[in-house]
Design a protein around this ligand. Structure first.
Ligand SMILES: [Zn+2]
Length: 438
């Protein structure tokens, strides 16, 4: 398999190629069979997501300015989302629970079909705090998950896995709804959950691009998507354990998700990376000003598309793998500006004899000026193979598979991807390094 993602390609093509990369993705130095390529996700229309936010704002306005647990605005939000899903062909269930003396509601929507023993789930909390309409927190995640679910229906997508979506109540009171859902789910049903993806605040007005550092395959899927857009990501630390994914993680379900920042202040380094200002990611966090004006459209658009990409990629399954052995390291290694060379290592084991004459070297480097970079493959005995020597000028990123004649090298051992930044100003990191033995 030769996956090349040149800079000027259509988004759909790049996403399809990256989807295949992501499917092969495993953290650390690991080996796996090559899975089949996944169908590409459709673009999620930003206008549709924003219309859902406008509707949630109207619900809050008509119900005392909020959509909080135990208030009329919350139940109206549940009814609004449920009606859209019912009309699209989903099987929906409203689950009731009690918290603080008030009835709470979770909404669960199953897309008919797929392997009932492999369930991929995505969710978001639908409640706001009582002090505001909660449009970024968490109308944003709720609207994007809703529109992704509707896109599944519009496209007639038939994934290998079974798809389920959830909207949680009373998250703001301590993850109450999602904890209740998980507690009610029989152990055998929990074991069928192959992953839970959580989206809580994905349109922050002064956004960062944060990926949860949890299940490696889910994390890699999101990181590859943003790398394909040329948008750098960071590991999410502000909200860790503070949203509904924790309820699933606590019972052993692989989890992941996206986040654009809450009340924490954006650092100057993050301003340089993402733009915006060195103020809170969301100055209206848990406030009355968390309205439809409190949304960054670009962040909402990118994150909505990333959700669809992950749903499509992770639900495709891994049927009919072609022969081949993949060794990959997806740990990020930062490349110092105009500094020393850094390396990412994969340990190849269990391959007899020498490496092939067509060794596929998958390189995923996120960088804002690829012409700064000298990139080499270093064999276990120290032999150096040049992959890219300050080529490509001012273009971003090196996301490419190189073919190397490595037939004079013993296959087993520690192979390194060596990257050195030889000029000032632009920076980046090694996002992934992969060797494929035919
Ligand atoms: Zn939230």
């Amino acid at each position: 398999m030769n996956i090349s993602v040149p800079r000027r390609v259509t988004k759909a093509t790049a996403v399809a190629a990256l989807a295949a990369l992501a499917l092969a993705g495993l953290t650390g130095t690991t080996a796996s069979a090559n899975p089949a390529a996944a169908a590409a996700a459709p673009d999620i229309p930003l206008a549709n997501v924003k219309q859902h936010l406008t509707d949630l704002q109207s619900i809050a306005t008509a119900n005392g300015g909020n959509r909080a647990h135990g208030r009329t605005g919350y139940k109206a939000s549940i009814d609004f989302v449920k009606a859209k899903l019912d009309a699209a062909g989903y099987t929906t269930t409203v689950q009731q629970f009690t918290s603080g003396g008030s009835t709470g509601y979770n909404l669960i929507a199953d897309w008919p079909g797929g392997d009932p023993n492999q369930v991929l789930m995505a969710g978001s909390h639908l409640d706001s705090v009582s002090s505001g309409p909660g449009i970024n927190d968490n109308g944003s995640g709720s609207a994007a998950v809703l529109e992704t679910a509707l896109a599944v229906a519009r496209s007639g997508y038939q994934p290998t896995k079974h798809l389920r979506f959830g909207w949680w109540g009373a998250e703001e009171l301590g993850l109450v709804g999602s904890k209740y859902y998980v507690a009610q789910l029989p152990t055998a049903e929990r074991a069928k959950l192959s992953g839970y993806l959580n989206f809580d605040m994905i349109g922050s007005p002064n956004p960062g691009y944060f990926v949860y550092d949890d299940d490696p395959t889910i994390e890699t899927t999101f990181k590859n998507y943003f790398a394909g857009l040329g948008v750098p990501t960071e590991i999410e630390t502000e909200g860790d354990g503070r949203s509904d994914h924790a309820s699933f993680k606590n019972v052993g379900v692989p989890v992941g998700g996206l986040f654009t920042g809450a009340s924490r202040v954006k650092s100057s380094a993050q301003v340089q990376k993402w733009g915006g200002t060195a103020t809170a990611f969301d100055r209206c966090y848990h406030s009355s000003c968390d309205t439809t004006s409190n949304i960054n459209d670009t962040a909402l658009d990118r994150n909505s598309d990333a959700i669809a990409h992950a749903i499509w990629t992770l639900s495709a399954g891994t049927t009919t793998p072609p022969p081949g052995k993949v060794f990959e390291n997806t740990a990020d290694v930062s490349v110092p500006d105009n500094g020393a060379a850094v390396t990412s290592t994969v340990n190849v084991t269990g391959v007899t004899g020498n490496a092939p004459s067509n060794l596929a070297v998958g390189v995923d480097i996120v960088h804002t000026y690829r012409g700064d970079l000298v990139v080499d493959l270093v064999a276990p005995d120290g032999s150096v193979y040049s992959l890219s020597n300050r080529s490509g000028g001012s273009a971003d990123n090196i996301v490419q598979t190189f073919t190397v004649n490595a037939s004079s090298e013993v296959a087993n051992g520690a192979w390194k991807l060596r990257v050195q930044d030889k000029a000032s100003v632009d920076t980046g990191y090694i996002s992934g390094f992969k060797l494929t033995f035919p």
